[in-house]
Design a protein around this ligand. Structure first.
Ligand SMILES: [Zn+2]
Length: 451
């Protein structure tokens, strides 16, 4: 490449940065209006929620998408529930006009939720949720007792691996143990991740079946105040838990969290781990050992690894094996790493959940999809912010208008991922199911006629 071209490119990149920097950080209605005007992927969003019913096929349920509840939270905290849309254009017009600070997705109801009162008066149509993705909501603030770098809604690259663990464990199990294929993971914009299981089988689950699936993932017994949050019972671990432990939890605990969270770096932190050991004698034996090696030659960096090794050796040594301590090492690892789900969200069809591609008001970050196959690489601090995107739009402003403005921003890779890795395979499956169901119906009516 000639020097001149290199120089020209450098200038270009520099200019783009300058223009990008010209949009100050923030979140407000003016920014949001541009985002909804130019970047929000209405078409893909609508196609997702229509699940193939927006096609011309005679087997399509034309009322399907119009029975889905969306809810908008407006700037002044006005909450508009039970919004519904028959077409992508209607959805787009409404979002552009109302400029919601937050969009939530609810269930598909038996009737159009916007007309629920009219139906109630007519008395012959019950307004009930009939379909809903199986969803999981995970907040990193639920891990405050096992992370020392941040607390509350804050998160950093030291504690984010706790969310990576959630994705790995749940995604593997939802696919392998439950046979689901169309799973969407979304960054919540600030403190966690959302999971949408979109297979038609998942959407049709009853509340009882949802509860059963949520319970499958539950290892935390007892309340908030119970010291021991995990109890692994029975002679052998359930295969799902055993696999989670060896494939994910153990490595994350030993290779990452032990050091990044400095889990054994203070008396208080050690004490918290010792409290998970049911045998007082063993706990005090370790406590004494660690009191001793505080003064020993172990450097600050090694203290976590060294104490963890001592704990494992002590608990797994021959003399303690029979005392019900066999599980204790695993229980400690589970306590510090295993996914903590907000069960209520998963159990009920009518729970609302924030839509992907919303902007989080506090961080200004887009709720982008996360690729579960590369979730280790996901960096929440690198997710595009509203102001960054507007800066990129400005910088691209001089170029010829493309049909999709998002193609000229860092939102592109997320929309492409949503489209090619999630939406297209899912719509293909929806189409096949729809055609199968339709031809079965035709066959049935043919049989009835010939009879
Ligand atoms: Zn952190």
């Amino acid at each position: 490449m000639g020097d001149e071209r290199v120089e020209a490119m450098e200038i270009d990149a520099q200019q783009r940065q300058e223009v990008a920097a010209a949009v100050p950080d923030g979140f407000n209605a003016d920014y949001l209006r541009i985002y909804y005007g130019k970047l929000f992927p209405y078409g893909d969003f609508f196609k997702w929620l229509a699940y193939g019913n927006d096609a011309k096929h005679p087997g399509c349920d034309q009322s399907y998408i119009g029975r889905r509840e969306l809810s908008f939270t407006l700037e002044n905290d006005i909450y508009l529930r039970f919004q519904s849309f028959d077409t992508a254009a209607e959805l787009e017009t409404s979002i552009k006009e109302k400029c919601p600070f937050k969009i939530d997705i609810g269930p598909v109801y038996s009737v159009d939720p916007a007309k629920r009162h009219a139906y109630a008066q007519s008395g012959n149509n019950v307004f009930v949720p009939v379909e809903r993705e199986l969803i999981f909501d995970i907040d990193i603030s639920d891990y405050d007792d096992v992370r020392y770098c941040c607390s509350g809604a804050d998160t950093c690259l030291d504690c984010w691996p706790l969310m990576t663990i959630v994705i790995k464990i749940l995604d593997t199990s939802l696919r392998g143990d439950f046979g689901f294929n169309h799973i969407l993971w979304v960054y919540s914009g600030r403190r966690g991740v959302h999971c949408w299981v979109c297979d038609s089988r998942a959407r049709k689950l009853s509340n009882e079946q949802r509860s059963a699936i949520a319970d499958y993932f539950r290892v935390y017994k007892g309340g908030e105040n119970s010291l021991k949050k995990v109890s692994l019972t029975g002679p052998v671990l359930h295969p799902f838990l055993a696999r989670s432990y060896t494939d994910v939890l153990k490595c994350f605990f030993e290779d990452k969290l032990l050091h990044s969270q400095q889990l054994f770096a203070s008396e208080e932190r050690c004490q918290k781990i010792l409290e998970l050991i049911p045998d007082q004698n063993v706990a005090s034996e370790l406590h004494d050992k660690w009191q001793g090696n505080r003064r020993s030659s172990i450097s600050k960096e090694d203290v976590n690894a060294a104490r963890w090794e001592q704990l494992k050796t002590t608990l797994q040594s021959g003399k303690h094996k029979t005392q019900g301590l066999r599980r204790c090492v695993e229980e400690i690892v589970f306590s510090y790493t295993y996914p903590r789900l907000d069960m209520e969200v998963s159990k009920h069809m009518n729970h609302l959940l924030k839509a992907p591609f919303c902007i989080h008001p506090k961080t200004g970050r887009v709720c982008v999809p996360i690729d579960p196959n590369n979730c280790e690489d996901f960096d929440p601090t690198a997710v595009p912010t509203l102001s960054q995107l507007l800066g990129e739009l400005n910088a691209a402003g001089m170029q010829i208008d493309s049909e999709n403005d998002w193609e000229r921003t860092s939102l592109e890779k997320y929309i492409r991922f949503f489209r090619t890795s999630f939406l297209q395979p899912m719509l293909k499956a929806c189409k096949e199911e729809l055609e199968t169901a339709y031809s079965a119906k035709l066959q049935q009516s043919k049989n009835t006629l010939s009879w």
